[in-house]
Design a protein around this ligand. Sequence first.
Ligand code: MN
Length: 566
Amino acid sequence: MSQKLLLEEYTKNFPNNKSGALLIQEAYKFAQEAHKGQKRNSGEPYFIHVYETALQLAKWRLDAETITAGLLHDTIEDCNISYKQLSKKFGDTVAFLVDGITKLGKLKYEEYHDRNAESLRKMIIAISKDLRVVFIKLSDRLHNMKTLNSIKQEKQKRIALETTEIYAPIASRLGMQNLSGELEDLAFPYIYSKEYEWLKNNVKDPYEKRTEYLKQVKPIVIKKLKEEGINPIRIDYRAKRLYSLYKKLKRYDMNINQIYDLVALRIIVKTVSECYATLGIIHQLWPPLPGRIKDYIALPKPNGYMSLHTTVFSLEGKPAEFQIRTIEMHEHAENGAAAHWFYESNKIYKSDKIRHKKVGDKEIAWVKQLKIWQRQFPGSKEFLEALKIDLFSDRIFVLTPKGEVVDLPSGSTPIDFAYKIHTDLGHSCTGAKINNKLEPLDTRLQSGDAIEILIQKTRKPSESWLRFAKTSNAKKKIRNKINTSKEKQIKYDYRIATKERVGMLKDISSIFSRNHLTIENIYTEGTKKFPIIRIVTNIKNQKKADEIIIKIKNIKGVLEVGYKTI
Ligand code: MN
């Protein structure tokens, strides 16, 4: 661990960006100071975690602001550093990125509610707004997974599950296959420990045998390619990852001999036409297995993956799988969206050096990035759908104080939120805290907001809420409640025939007050000896009105009681 190593990794990709390097150096010092004395569960200094997070981001060739935010990613949450402090010292973008990570940290994943997994994945993308927040979160999670053995056992499985259900799929959607596979493999032993052991023990020999076999195939391929004028950049062995093998084996009755791509030969060449030429040459050498030729160059996978795949009957008639691609395709297959980020930011940065002073790294907008992808991967709708949720979807995702995700139409207010959680919470709502700040009830919520509803038991919905409530659910419940409150305004006119007695009037009126009924009018009729007492009051329902009659009848000297409604 050293500042030098981190800076080297950065300057490799951005050799002329002095201000970027300076920013990273500042953040390095700042984070070291902020986390001083803090330890991780392993006993290591906490700073190692943020350092490793930042180093990984540099390896993904991300820009200085992302690396800086990686170093600072836990300072708001763990060091009482404020957004303001960060934006003053490191600029708005860095503060924005760290704030995004802090918000993501509040999300809660419930392992038994996996129907929520998709909404949680969307939520993460939606509140990130800037893809770089997702990259930082993925890097943070990668390091946490690498050090998972030092935390409490009961937490390990939950975090491992969250990783396979939420973060690995996000990485995969962003085309970061390498990361997605690594996250899954790190989680595998914590989720399926027995299966993991079995596989590890049973796969070692086949892996070695396959690699040995391909070692004999490789020189034959190289020789033939050279004869045809193709010099591959490199050819290496790609071993299938354990978790992905496990998933595939389940579909093949756990028969490992059925898995042809346990180990594959990966050929990296210079151009697309060399890819197709290489495929042809391999098919000249050995006959292909029907149905196993896949052209992901003409038809890229939804996440942007491009390559040619083929399985041939190679030496001794045994199947061997080949994957053929250019260096750009390879980088995309490994690092996906992060790789694009680099190409685009570097391009703009370079042009910035020449002339366009106005276009800085900072202005690489999320929208622009999407447009670039759209151009590069026409027709890969699913990939774009997954990304552009924040921009084009009509839903927002907000959080309860417990960190649960609530899905609402955009334009929703705290009132809609309250009614979505529980009808009574809506009825008794008096105010709302949004991100810990008291805000008006007609405030429009944003994705990522954490909402706390303040209540008062006796509160009733106000008619004015109907003006700004967005969801029909909230509107319906507000109307119902207001209408039933109105129905209750029924006046009862009691006639009580009595025999004259001192204290009679007091005894009768106290029955009304003990039952929380406000007497609107009280007077007497009849004769002095046999007065008739008249009382007018509002009562909710007839049942209650009848109960009052029984109670009055029990009073000494009461002869007869009745009422009529008015
Ligand atoms: Mn962290």
